[in-house]
Design a protein around this ligand. Structure first.
Ligand SMILES: C[S@@+](CC[C@H](N)C(=O)[O-])C[C@H]1O[C@@H](n2cnc3c(N)ncnc32)[C@H](O)[C@@H]1O
Length: 272
């Protein structure tokens, strides 16, 4: 299994892409350059110089909003670094659960509980709110996971799901699905949930910018790995990224919102 661990504590799919190296040990210089790039990228995370700027600032904002409304027992399935924990109100009992193999070997994180989302080690009707953020696409039989969440949630408990839509393959080979809004509705219906909210995240221009930035960054990373002279374009990359991000942001502001091609969906369901 490839090493997906991310030394600077990033767990986004992009860092899985950046971190997914299988370099021969002798290519130390390549490792060093990629490590430096990852550290710089982590510092630029909240700026338009970051290839994934759109995804990061939107996700953090909506995570804060979601967490502020939660109470009781909150189960975060596939929690990685347990980002939601710091946004939860006082008095909430947070349980971060993650899959042993991926959490330990790829993300290098330590959840409160190691378990598989398809077999939750919790009693029926014991959880008030569950979070499944950028996890469902990594589960080969997602209905099993949603059925388990339905089992452990109390009636009227909520399940917040975030899944990528137009977004590159990440954490391969454990990347199995992409859903549309309608596909998510069908999953909810099959498993005894009512949809409270469904948001498509990303104006088409923002989605195009995000994916263009990832494609550019990945191409430069490949050149670095291959010792290709074109790797020197790494110095131009930040300028390209900032121009792409800022122009997409500006023209998306001028255009109408449009859910034709979001990079992600966020939806809140209630157990009925
Ligand atoms: C892209 S990360 C998302 C992490 C975190 N939820 C976030 O939003 O930052 C995917 C997560 O799903 C977890 N995962 C993958 N397969 C799983 C499974 N079968 N059961 C539980 N978690 C799983 C991984 O370990 C990882 O933490």
């Amino acid at each position: 299994m490839q090493d997906r661990s991310t030394s600077m504590g990033e767990t986004s799919p992009m860092f899985a892409i950046l971190g997914g190296t299988s370099l021969p040990a002798s290519i130390d210089i390549t490792n060093l350059v990629l490590k430096i790039l990852r550290i710089i990228a982590s510092k630029l995370r909240n700026t338009p110089l970051h290839p994934q700027w759109f995804a990061f600032f939107r996700e953090e904002r909506s995570l804060k909003r979601t967490c502020a409304t939660l109470s009781g027992v909150v189960l975060d399935v596939g929690c990685a670094e347990a980002h939601p924990r710091r946004f939860l109100p006082e008095g909430v009992r947070y349980i971060g659960l993650d899959y042993f193999i991926t959490a330990k070997d790829w993300y290098g994180t330590r959840p409160d509980v190691f378990a598989d989302a398809r077999a939750l080690p919790l009693p029926d009707d014991s959880v008030d709110h569950a979070l499944l953020l950028d996890v469902l696409e990594h589960i080969s039989n997602p209905d099993k996971c949603i059925a388990e969440l339905s089992r452990v949630l109390k009636v009227n408990g909520s399940l917040t799901i975030q899944v990528p839509f137009l977004y590159p393959v990440h954490d391969a080979p454990l990347d199995f699905h992409r859903w549309t809004r309608h596909g998510l509705e069908a999953v909810a219906e099959r498993n005894g949930f009512e949809i409270e909210e469904a948001i498509a995240i990303g104006h088409p221009l923002e989605t195009a910018a995000l994916n263009a930035n990832i494609a550019l960054s990945k191409t430069v990373i490949n050149w670095i790995r291959q010792f290709n002279p074109l790797a020197l374009s790494v110095f131009v990359l930040p300028f390209a990224v900032v121009v792409i991000n800022c122009s997409a942001w500006f023209f998306a502001l001028l255009g109408r919102s449009d859910d034709l091609m979001p990079y992600s969906y966020r939806t809140v369901w209630t157990k009925i």
